[in-house]
Design a protein around this ligand. Structure first.
Ligand code: NDP
Length: 277
């Protein structure tokens, strides 16, 4: 019998997750359906409970709320304090977070980046930033600087990593004094409104890689800045999107699908995509 899955968040109309999971199901021969469900903080729990789902992906702005409702959680969800993947266990939910492993897999395996000992700037301290920070540390980066519009959230993220020698919270105002970074990640949702705050060119060097976790139009401002600042690599979040989805698929079905084909399909029309996952 076909099991039901869905992605919940807001806005959700343009989510690519149903298409990605349908492609994985076809590739692996697993019978399932996967919907996109519009949900906000007020109706998230009710919609989740009413939907008879075996598993769910959770996106902006609900990842921290999703983590809070889980009876049990994986170590990586606990470290992130955010869940992007829920697995039904009887009457309860188990939470996991596949964003970080998805990002690291995309950067190291698809783009061939070596993250070891790298000096990393993370812009943002929301659910996505909390998901990727532990995985970057596990991948062996040398130092992580977290900068967020609301400085308290940057402090909280840095504290949660429990590595004060390696993880540092800084305010947006100090960006001009932070020096050059090997890897610069935009994990804010600022570009969705087209208003990414200005960034000093001095943050980037010719060897730097810049990554926007968004894709499509939302990734354009940061990646344009990165190219103008001289970064060697300017990477959007499409690869991370398909890799985190493959990791969720593995948790639900016990099979890790190949991601190359769906990545190629989505990349071919990347300009037409609207970030929604
Ligand atoms: P959240 O709502 O949890 O966090 C949003 C973050 O963006 C916060 O740090 C917030 O700062 C910051 N922000 C929002 N507006 C501005 C602004 N105008 N100026 C500066 N900072 C701003 O969202 P998520 O963390 O879940 O998602 C962040 C981005 O990552 C989204 O674009 C999302 O689509 C993308 N993403 C991509 C994934 C992929 O697989 N490729 C997976 C997950 C996310 P503050 O705390 O001050 O409000």
């Amino acid at each position: 019998m076909s099991k039901h899955y869905a992605v919940l968040g807001s806005p959700i109309t343009h989510s690519q997750s149903p298409r990605i999971h349908a492609a994985f199901a076809k590739q692996t021969g697993i019978a399932m359906d996967y919907l996109a469900i519009e949900a906000n903080h007020d109706d998230f729990r009710a919609k989740l409970d009413a939907s008879n789902l075996a598993g769910a992906n959770i996106t902006l702005p609900l990842k921290e709320a999703a983590f809070a409702l889980c009876r049990t959680s994986s170590t990586r969800a606990l470290r992130a304090g955010a869940a992007n993947t829920l697995v039904r266990e009887g009457e309860h939910w188990h939470g996991d977070n596949t964003d970080g492993v998805g990002l690291v897999r995309d950067l190291t395996e698809r783009h061939g980046l070596d993250l070891r000992q790298r000096r990393v700037l993370l812009l943002g301290a929301g659910g996505a930033a909390r998901g990727v920070a532990p995985a970057l540390l596990d991948a062996g980066i040398g130092a992580l600087f977290v900068v967020n519009r609301n400085p308290d959230r940057a402090d909280a993220l840095a504290d949660a990593m429990g590595e004060p020698g390696r993880v540092h919270a800084r305010t947006w105002e100090t960006l001009p004094k932070l020096g050059e970074f090997d890897l610069l990640l935009n994990a804010t949702s600022a570009s969705r409104g087209g208003s990414l705050p200005s960034l000093p060119m001095a943050l980037a060097a010719p060897r730097s890689a810049a990554v926007d976790l968004s894709y499509g139009e939302a990734a354009i401002p940061f990646l344009a800045w990165a190219r103008a600042a001289g970064c060697t690599h300017a990477i959007d979040g499409l690869g991370m999107l398909v890799e985190q989805a493959a990791e969720s698929f593995l948790l639900w079905h016990g099979v890790r699908p190949s991601t190359d084909s769906i990545f190629a399909q989505l990349s071919g029309r990347a300009d037409a995509l609207v970030t929604a996952d």
